[in-house]
Design a protein around this ligand. Structure first.
Ligand SMILES: Nc1ncnc2c1ncn2[C@@H]1O[C@H](COP(=O)(O)OP(=O)(O)O)[C@@H](O)[C@H]1O
Ligand SMILES: [Mg+2]
Length: 266
């Protein structure tokens, strides 16, 4: 199952040490159900804040968000939202299977409405079948993040939110993890929304790339990616890939884009 996400004229302000920070202003975005979207923008432009608003971790100061027609609070109560943070945030004293099963323990296995994949099936899906009994500290950063993804999927969310999930990983591991994530998303068909810092990654992964401006964060461009699926690394040589990368760079940097090196992370 998947749900669409509707964001209508959303704004949020924070009060820090007597000052008001407008983190997001007039953000509107429609994300179709079952789609894969990446958000890119400069540091502190409100990307994490936007994800937290969708996940009902924060409430907007103005505007409205709905997930499959319901307010985020309802979607959260319904366990329709999975969240993967930048750090894996696994409990160090629980083994990997126990970490992945944690949401089931919290919700109560029998009260859960869906016929879930078991934690063991999810561990297979994310390539950690052999590590069910390992402790988090025994796994690499990439493996821990896979476990965090499995945990986010255990209640079969309709919406999966990932906040720079591979930001702490090296380039090669990131690329592997991205391919894995696409495979997992293809199997689960949840609506996926991921925050990234890499232009090339955003284009490679997404149906649509959403570009945000510096604070106060606004959406400045939405770029549809015409590459077919399943995606393969060879598509990075496709002219359509280069065109889309340039569109995103232009949206991010405007005229400055000409003088910046590479199309990779900035
Ligand atoms: N809980 C909070 N309290 C106060 N200010 C916050 C809070 N969360 C975020 N901010 C501020 O809002 C802005 C956007 O933050 P964030 O969404 O984390 O940006 P990004 O993820 O794009 O780097 C920043 O200026 C940050 O300091
Ligand atoms: Mg952030």
């Amino acid at each position: 199952m998947s749900r669409d996400i509707e964001i209508a004229q959303v704004g949020i302000q924070f009060h820090q040490r007597g000052e008001t920070v407008i983190a997001l202003e007039d953000v509107s975005l429609s994300i179709p159900k079952g789609s894969y979207t990446e958000i890119i923008g400069p540091s502190c432009c409100g990307k994490s804040t936007l994800l937290r608003l969708i996940a009902d971790i924060l409430a907007p100061s103005s505007g409205k968000i709905t997930i499959g027609g319901s307010p985020p609070a309802e979607a959260r109560r319904d366990h329709a939202i999975g969240f993967v943070f930048q750090q894996p945030t696994l409990l160090p004293w629980r083994n990997i299977r126990q970490n992945v099963a944690l949401p089931l323990d919290v919700v109560g296995r029998t009260s859960h409405r869906r016929s879930d994949r078991t934690p063991d099936q999810l561990l297979e899906l994310v390539g950690l079948g052999k590590f069910a009994r390992s402790l988090p500290a025994e796994l690499s950063g990439g493996m821990q993040q896979r476990a965090a993804i499995a945990r986010a999927l255990v209640l079969q969310p309709d919406v999966l939110l990932l906040d720079e999930p591979f930001g702490a990983l090296d380039e090669i591991t990131r690329q592997k993890m991205n391919l894995e994530l696409l495979r997992i998303w293809t199997e689960c068909r949840t609506t996926a929304l991921l925050v990234t810092h890499s232009i090339a990654e955003a284009v490679f992964m997404s149906d649509e790339v959403v570009v945000m401006s510096p604070r106060p964060g606004r959406i400045t461009a939405r770029i549809a990616i015409p590459l077919p699926r399943p995606r393969s690394l060879a598509m990075m040589r496709d002219p359509a890939f280069t065109v889309a990368v340039n569109q995103v760079r232009e949206a991010l940097f405007g005229d400055e884009a000409e003088t910046l090196p590479g199309g990779e992370a900035y």
